[in-house]
Design a protein around this ligand. Sequence first.
Ligand code: ATP
Ligand code: MG
Length: 386
Amino acid sequence: MQIVVHYAEIGLKGRNRPRFEQRLRQHLQAALDACGGGGISNLYGRLLLETAAGTPFDALAERLRRVFGVAFFSRVSSSEPTLEGLEKLVDEFVGEREFESFGVRTRRVDKRHPWKSEELNRLLGARIQALTGARVDLNRPDLWVELHLLSRRALLLHERVPGPGGMPVGSAGRMISLISGGIDSPAASYLMLKRGAELSYLHFHSAPYTSSASQEKVRELVARLAAWQGPATLHTIPFGELQRELVSEAPAAPRIVLYRRFMLRIAERLAKRERALGLVTGESLGQVSSQTLGNLDTIGRAATLPLLRPLIGMDKAEIVDLAERIGTYEISIEPDEDCCSYLMPRSPATWSRPGDLEAIERELDVEGLVEASLARGTRERIDPPA
Ligand code: ATP
Ligand code: MG
């Protein structure tokens, strides 16, 4: 079976394009290997996959639909780019299908071919009409007959299966995503994967002071995300000891902001170890008290790496939509106890000044607390669901 893969944005990358294509090919090869193997070749701005004999298309399509960088893909049959070649392709294709209406669309990818696309559409359309008696409908036909004329080959596309768009995972570098068991951070992670990040995940929990439900949830969430990126690393860090320490030393109102600043420092330390280039959170402007502009500012200043907040301008309803679409919502809404519900003040401050937090932290052994938390952490590999 031959499958042609079209990519969108990476086509625009000029001199960097080979790097993006290389990444995309790696991910496509992994999808092929998981379905019995096959090879990939370059075909004039698109890629051609040749599967091993007997590969089930549905299983492979399921994987290709999750490869970022893919605009759409299609099974194809191919021939010499001659009129006889095209006619043979078309005869075979329509002979195996039942339809009452059809449309032909031809693209001359190589403009040196002698016929105009319009001419070919008419010629082949008339042929199909004579063969089948079906009528032409260029708006919503039962069947599209789509032909691409490359320099040395003609392709007939059997269907157009949409891919997820975006950029190949890894093309933007590695980042650490802070993931709670909530709805937002998995959605944020997805958006960054879609733009080419390769993510490692970091989860804080307050067990044994709270239940350990969040840890199981996060494993499941990361597994869902791994379906889009491949096996991923999950770091888990107990946060309760640090929280108790902060609570005994610092005032209640800015507590949540203080927790977050420590989370970012710990994340940054892991990022340096893993040579990650950025941090990702699921914060959205104004959603909760810790996400006012003032608090986001105070929190963000604890990090020196780029801090990416892909949900910043999204409404909760939009985030929920996205989470449902990628299959994380149903996991996120299972009950758990977030680590920040442990030792939460009754009325968290909606505004803070970086200077105030810095003053509080001057009284603390920040480095020592960060190191101690890291030392309590564990890491594990999470695979995509089977
Ligand atoms: P989420 O739905 O992702 O939990 P949220 O709207 O509940 O987000 P917060 O709980 O204030 O918002 O958390 C803001 C962000 O801080 C989260 O999106 C996540 O990136 C990070 N974060 C919060 N709690 C944790 C945690 N326990 N472990 C790791 N990161 C966390
Ligand atoms: Mg939360």
